[in-house]
Design a protein around this ligand. Structure first.
Ligand code: RFL
Ligand code: PHB
Length: 390
């Protein structure tokens, strides 16, 4: 079996890369460890930057997104009961974000790939990467109990934080940077109307809370919890009580409660691996970096990486030159580090750190006060939120 590019992972990074390369006539194989249903069962991101929406349109995979996605022109910050709306559209010269779940993006990309006839193998076990330090890499895996092998020119590691791609790089060739936050997010999905038309990010003595949504009838809420917390400890009633306590009274009053249809805890982490290229292996998306979800950057950063990587691979095949491949890592990392800074700073502003000193709490207060009084500070926040251009 031979393919030009073997992509490891059928999350948003792998599927979007597959779509961009297919459009350019480049033949790809996607290998995914999980089943299709398992991948679609993970509830994750909800906010898409314009650049991400643009890429989905470019590959012809935005029909439902354009119909069902909710365009947001602003979001709210609640800070110890004070309310501040960030008018992202006015502050960024007309840019907006779109609320459309990662599950739906993935579902649309899966259907698009199936219709294109390009191959995806789900439940590919024991995926292993070989010989990527030379021009003829190979990938092996086990399918229905049988060993399989594919030869290729390029391996794209789009297999998330726990994937095999980054783990296959010799330790001396890679440098990693990491901060693990001492808390997580407990998320609840419920078929109730959202408490507000726009997202609310709340910083409170009791901890952070976020009011988000998937549609006008489905809400997604989060509260900061202990990192060692367990979902089983949280009844729905406890969750709704805790959420309302952390919001300003006007927002709390609007919260419509109902049975949760999903409840999970996500740890918070900042992580970057450098570089993103190892011979003929390229990392993209969560395989290369993690941001805490506070800035809604993870999926959008993945889309940015994939944009740069697709451009470089298309140039590689068109010009028979590695020049564009040589610059992928530096181009992507420049944008990645800025998004890391943004996500870290919003996380630091809005969460309660048990270890924080009185001085550090006053710094959080001062940061919020600056946002309240300075349009320049608001603009910097809005620019980070809508995402940097590619
Ligand atoms: P994924 O989605 O993890 O997909 C990787 C895929 O690779 C497969 N895989 C393997 N396949 C073959 N062999 C192996 N050995 C393999 N190991 C793993 C996995 O099964 C999987 O299918 O990574 P990708 O594609 O890079 O996409 C990244 C995004 O999923 C992630 O950044 C976002 O979900 C982060 N995120 C958010 N991002 C946003 O842009 N906006 C948001 O609003 C937002 N909210 C969130 C989030 C992440 C969250 N959690 C749960 C971490 C909210 C939460 C709660
Ligand atoms: C979500 O809707 O899941 C969501 C929205 C914004 C974030 C993180 C998660 O910053």
């Amino acid at each position: 079996m031979r393919h030009q590019v073997v992509i490891i992972g059928a999350g948003p990074s792998g599927l979007l890369l597959g779509a961009l390369l297919h459009q350019a006539g480049i033949d790809t194989l996607i290998l995914e460890r999980q089943s299709r249903d398992y991948v679609l069962g993970r509830i994750r991101a909800g906010v898409l930057e314009q650049g991400t929406v643009g890429l989905l349109r470019q590959v012809g995979c935005a029909e439902r997104l354009d119909r069902e996605g909710l365009v947001h022109e602003g979001f709210a910050l609640n800070f110890n009961g004070q309310h501040l709306r960030i008018d992202i559209k006015a502050l960024t010269g007309g840019r907006t974000v779109t609320v459309y779940g990662q599950t739906e993006v993935t579902r649309d990309l899966m259907a698009h790939r199936a219709a294109s006839g390009a191959p995806t193998i789900y439940e590919a076990r024991d995926v292993a990467l070989h010989d990527f330090d030379g021009p003829n890499p190979r990938v092996t895996w086990v399918q229905d109990g049988q060993p399989r092998e594919a030869h290729c020119d390029i391996i794209a590691g789009c297999d998330g934080y726990h994937g095999v791609s980054r783990a296959s790089v010799p330790a001396g060739a890679i440098e990693t940077f990491e901060r693990v936050y001492p808390f997580g997010w407990l998320g609840v999905l419920a078929d109730v109307p959202p408490c507000a038309h726009e997202l609310i990010y709340a910083g409170h003595e009791r901890g952070f809370a976020l009011c988000s949504m998937r549609s006008n009838t489905r809400s997604r809420y989060y509260v900061q919890c202990r990192s060692d917390d367990e979902v089983a400890r949280w009844s729905d009633d406890m969750f709704w009580d805790e959420l309302r306590q952390r919001l300003d009274p006007a927002a709390a009053e609007q919260v419509v409660t109902g049975p949760s249809i999903e409840k999970s805890i996500a740890p918070l982490r900042s992580f970057v691996a450098e570089p993103l290229r190892f011979g003929r292996l390229f990392l993209a998306g969560d395989a290369a970096h993690i941001v805490p979800p506070t800035g809604a950057k993870g999926l959008n950063l993945a889309a940015g990486d994939v944009h740069y990587l697709a451009e470089a691979l298309i140039a590689f095949y068109q010009d028979a030159s590695e020049a564009a491949l040589d610059t992928y890592s530096a181009r992507a990392l420049d944008r990645i580090w800025k998004a890391e800074r943004f996500s870290w700073s919003l996380t630091t502003l809005l969460h309660r750190f048990e270890s924080s000193t009185p001085f550090e709490r006053r710094m959080q207060d001062a940061e919020f006060a600056l946002l309240q009084s300075s349009e320049t500070a608001q603009r910097a926040l809005a620019e980070g939120y809508v995402g940097l251009p590619y």
